[in-house]
Design a protein around this ligand. Structure first.
Ligand code: SF4
Length: 347
């Protein structure tokens, strides 16, 4: 598959860290079982939308049902006079040099002066939000550049359809807001061209960056405190960077695991079987029931979210109470009231 250097899917990385383009050069993407599965699911969606159900894609019932729900969703958005484009290649080279991408589904609805951009996400690990989603906003810019109907469009609605996480997220923007974003994109894209473009660490950009494992700035997050250890400022640095530090630790662990797994040595480490808990065998459960009768099982209520699916949120609200929690550290920006302020108010 053809890949753009400043791709739409990598926009969070290169728009937030200009140095990431150079840092990632020459590093191959790791094809994982998950991404292969995603590719298969996308192909299935495309065939289904085209009305072809005789395709020869390795499939399972679960995948078929998720893809079908996506197809139903897309079709529900296509009104009488609207045009549906499937796997449409769009170019946003006016904003990003050689920029292009493929939109899963795009609906141009001239009656409503609206374009819908729909992205199918087959992942089940991280919930993807449509709000200010750079990938889809770049696709929207691509539609603006590629199609010649945008003069009669007022709004763009971006949709993320992620069935395995029960997630449908939408975000609506006007053409003016989109073009404002286009100017931001142009600046960010230009910044990546500079040979000395800085590397700027951050959760959004480092998360999917292929250069993580050899990036001094990213790995340095864990050691920047050493010269300064002991004071409040050092501890504040650790707390402020908690998520990035954890990400760096996970990156090191994944690297060491992969290296040993591929037959290399990694000084001081080995791979072992993870600890597991004992559990009853099927026969053991029968014997347990025979010996203990009803005492063998605990009758537990279903979870709150299971109850909310069966009843309404309001009904469940009326049945629940929130108990007070243990004092816990939170950032100043946290919406909850400070317990120490509350204490001062009382005194
Ligand atoms: S790991 Fe983070 S800081 Fe380093 S190049 Fe990638 S995005 Fe930039």
């Amino acid at each position: 598959m053809e890949h753009a250097l400043r791709s739409a899917s990598g926009a969070d990385t290169w728009m937030n860290c200009p140095g990431s383009i150079k840092a990632q050069q020459g590093i191959e993407s790791q094809s994982s079982t998950y991404s292969e599965e995603g590719t298969r699911a996308h192909k299935m969606c495309e065939s289904m939308l085209m009305g072809d159900i005789t395709h020869n894609i390795e499939q399972d019932d679960e995948m078929v049902s998720y893809c079908k729900s996506y197809v139903d969703y897309v079709r529900s958005l296509v009104k009488d006079e609207a045009s549906l484009y499937i796997e449409k290649r769009v170019e946003f080279s006016y904003y990003v040099e050689d920029g292009f991408g493929t939109v899963d589904a795009m609906i141009v609805d001239l009656e409503e002066s609206t374009v819908h951009i729909i992205d199918f996400k087959y992942g089940a690990g991280i919930k993807v939000d449509a709000f200010e989603n750079k990938q889809l906003m770049l696709y929207a810019l691509g539609c603006y550049q590629t199609t010649n109907c945008m003069w009669s469009i007022d709004n763009i609605i971006i949709h993320i359809f992620q069935p395995r996480m029960d997630n449908i997220s939408t975000y609506e923007i006007t053409i003016d807001e989109l073009l404002e974003f286009g100017e931001e994109v142009k600046k960010a894209s230009m910044a990546t061209i500079d040979a000395n473009a800085p590397r700027i660490t951050g959760l959004k950009q480092c998360q999917w960056c292929k250069a993580k494992i050899k990036c001094k700035e990213f790995l340095g997050i864990t050691t920047n405190v050493i010269d300064n250890s002991g004071d409040d400022e050092t501890l504040k640095y650790i707390l402020d960077n908690e998520k990035l530090i954890n990400m760096a630790i996970k990156t090191a662990k994944d690297y060491a695991f992969k290296s040993i797994n591929e037959g290399n040595s990694f000084d001081g480490y080995k791979i072992v079987e993870a600890r597991t808990n004992r559990k009853f065998t099927e026969e053991g459960l029968i014997e347990l029931k025979e010996k203990l009768g009803d005492k063998a099982f605990i009758n537990k209520p279903i979870t709150l979210s299971q109850a909310e699916k069966l009843l309404s949120k309001e009904e469940v609200n009326g049945m629940t109470i929130r108990t007070s929690g243990k004092p816990t550290l939170a950032k100043e920006s946290d919406k909850r009231k400070s317990l120490t302020d509350e204490f001062e108010d009382l005194t």
